[in-house]
Design a protein around this ligand. Sequence first.
Ligand code: ADP
Ligand code: TYD
Length: 208
Amino acid sequence: MSAAGLFVTFEGIDGSGKSTQARMLADHLRQSGHDVLLTREPGGSPGAEDIRALVLEGEPDRWSAETELLLFTAARRDHLERTINPALAEGKIVICDRFADSTRVYQGVSRGNLRSQVDKLHNLMIGREPDLTLLIDMDPGAGLERALSRGTGEERFESFGTGLQERMRQGFLDLAGEFPDRITIVDGTGGIEDVAADIQRIATDRLT
Ligand code: ADP
Ligand code: TYD
């Protein structure tokens, strides 16, 4: 646990249920009397939301993997300065839908082979890990079907297809091996309520 507050992130491939589960955990913890801030990346502050539009809309080859890495890191820095750190300093539980593990996997492994640059930029500009990361793991075919069914127009990444999603799934599982104390794998294939119950149990254990 941080000096103040608790920083929880959700990670996983597109459509694995991160936003749904982040919202449900936030509701559950609020009902239990906690002060919770629910946020997301890319985005979570006005400047970072502007960067989100740049990076998620348009053609798949709009940015190189290197430029994407800079844009995601710029958005994260703004989000940390203006949203996450102030909330943690006030003692809140911050629940964030995606954070630096997404960069390690998307820019570091699947979109480009940039893991060493990802780590250098992270150390230089972010330097913060979550207290707890819930990795929702599931079959990419099913995840992609769920993600495309949303029809939000933010499908630049989903349009890369299932081969890439398969590499990302493995990339996330490898990260769970790299950071075993921080990352807990959650099976995302069950019904929404079942997955939520697993997550509530893990988060409650972490809080006590
Ligand atoms: P992510 O944020 O990981 O992309 P979402 O939470 O937006 O995923 O979920 C993608 C879609 O799948 C949504 O339409 C959501 O209602 C649905 N969904 C989420 N979790 C489940 C689940 N466990 N079973 C079936 N559908 C789900
Ligand atoms: P988002 O709407 O969070 O994804 P989801 O479809 O899972 O709800 O969109 C974020 C997209 O941006 C997603 O495809 C992953 C990608 N991304 C990166 O490539 N690097 C990053 O650092 C982050 C935070 C996201």
